[in-house]
Design a protein around this ligand. Structure first.
Ligand code: PLP
Length: 412
């Protein structure tokens, strides 16, 4: 551990002390660290190629355009999209979902329709759909999470009942950022397609953590963020099936996305330009392409296997702590590389603050999952989330830190 002996050397940020202790970074569900090759791609772009894209005929502009469009092609390959035109660069998952909820929602939803999501959605894949339903007069429904103990799964019997021909869109997360549940996304898409519903996958927690193939999944839209997959902040991707994108009106208008403009009206370019008004985030798109290269070079299957091993090890080590409540799939059941837990009588914010004294970076709170927290009867959890550079030794440090906290609070 890790699977690649020198992988930690690729991440400059990992080699520092925090509060006098070696940094143990276990907040990858919030954002991942960046390898040197991604940082270099950013620096290289700003030092050599920085220019505006598409409209320029000089050398730097052409280089910037090649880099930007090359990144689009690279991302298409990363998720096996049939056509680079299906890749729309956004600021991140949140923006991608908002684009679909507003553009597609505005064009297709009407009173009597149903918008379906799940009980484990991040607010980013919940609130935009609530808004779309409200604006159109459609009804918003969600597939419940099984049991108050939330052993992780969605109620598939309820899904069967809920997926009626009135459902026009089914929006669901591929991997829960709080439970660690891995949803059967291809199966969900198949079932949704059978009733004529469009599918929107929130892939924020999955795309950098294993293989992902939009054609095999059979989804209509899929959104993710660069910063959770070794790429920079401020860049993300909305994948949309070409046939759907070409029929959608843009959500934002302005320069770069128009064919012709008069004082009275304008006409739109095809996708993806139609959805990328204004100067795009060229540097970060190029660096996202570098992140795709980095992850593919390590091997996406190996990354998934590494995450899964760490999650199981963490489950085994944490589950023996007195008074711990681990939410999500049980020990041995499939789960993504994260573990959320709570201790009776100790607030997650105290745990995170104490852990920071030991150099351990965790996340505590509702994780943008307030309805799920309510369902679990909790206000917050502590979340340890792992990535390709984490080790079992770091989980040992986490567990030792938790023991120190429990001792301090007199619960161990
Ligand atoms: N969806 C899930 C499952 C997430 O975990 C997150 C971020 O934590 C998001 C959506 C939102 O991502 P971003 O803030 O990068 O738009």
């Amino acid at each position: 551990m890790p699977t690649w002996p020198n992988v930690r050397a690729d991440f400059p940020v990992l080699h520092q002390q925090v509060n006098g202790k070696p940094l143990v970074y276990l907040d990858n569900g919030a954002t991942s660290q960046k390898p040197r090759s991604v940082i270099d791609a950013l620096v290289h772009y700003y030092e050599r190629d920085n220019s505006n894209v598409h409209r320029g005929l000089h050398t730097l502009s052409m280089r910037a355009t090649d880099g930007y469009e090359g990144a689009r092609t690279r991302v298409a390959r990363f998720i096996n999209a049939a056509d680079p035109a299906e890749i729309i660069f956004t600021r991140g998952t949140t923006e991608g979902i908002n684009v679909v909820a507003r553009s597609w929602g505005h064009a297709h939803l009407k009173p009597g329709d149903i918008v379906l999501a799940t009980g484990m959605e991040h607010h980013s894949n919940l609130v935009p759909w609530q808004q779309a339903a409200r604006a159109s007069g459609a009804t918003f429904k969600f597939v419940p999470v099984l049991g108050a103990d939330a052993e992780g799964g969605l109620d598939l019997a309820a899904l069967d009942q809920l997926l009626t021909p009135q459902v026009k869109v089914f929006a669901f997360t591929h991997i829960s950022n709080t439970l660690g549940t891995i949803n059967p996304a291809a199966e969900f898409c198949r079932r949704a397609r059978a009733v004529g519903a469009v599918t929107v996958i929130d892939a924020a927690q999955s795309v950098g953590h294993g293989p992902l193939d939009v054609q095999a999944l059979g989804c209509d839209f899929l959104a993710f963020s660069g910063h959770k997959m070794c790429g920079p902040t401020g860049i993300g991707v909305l994948y949309g099936r070409r046939a759907l994108l070409d029929k959608l009106a843009p959500d934002e208008t302005g320069g770069g996305m128009v064919v012709s403009v008069t004082y009275e009206a304008a006409t739109w370019k095809p996708a993806p330009e139609r959805f990328e008004a204004g100067t795009p985030n060229v540097a970060d798109a190029i660096a996202l392409g570098a992140a795709c290269d980095y992850l593919d070079a390590l091997g996406r299957d190996q990354i998934a296997a590494h995450d899964a091993l760490l999650a199981q090890y963490a489950m085994e080590q944490l589950s023996v702590l007195p008074g711990i409540r681990i939410i999500g799939p049980r020990v041995g059941a499939p789960r993504s590389g994260l573990v959320s837990f709570a201790f009776e009588g100790v607030h997650a914010h105290d745990i995170v603050t104490f852990a920071d004294e030991d150099g351990v970076a965790l996340r505590g709170g509702h994780h943008c999952n307030q309805p799920l927290m309510r369902h679990l009867g909790l206000t917050s959890t502590t979340r340890a989330s792992f990535y390709l550079y984490n080790t079992e030794q770091e989980i040992d440090v986490l567990v030792a830190s938790m023991r120190r906290i429990l001792k301090f609070f007199g619960t161990a």
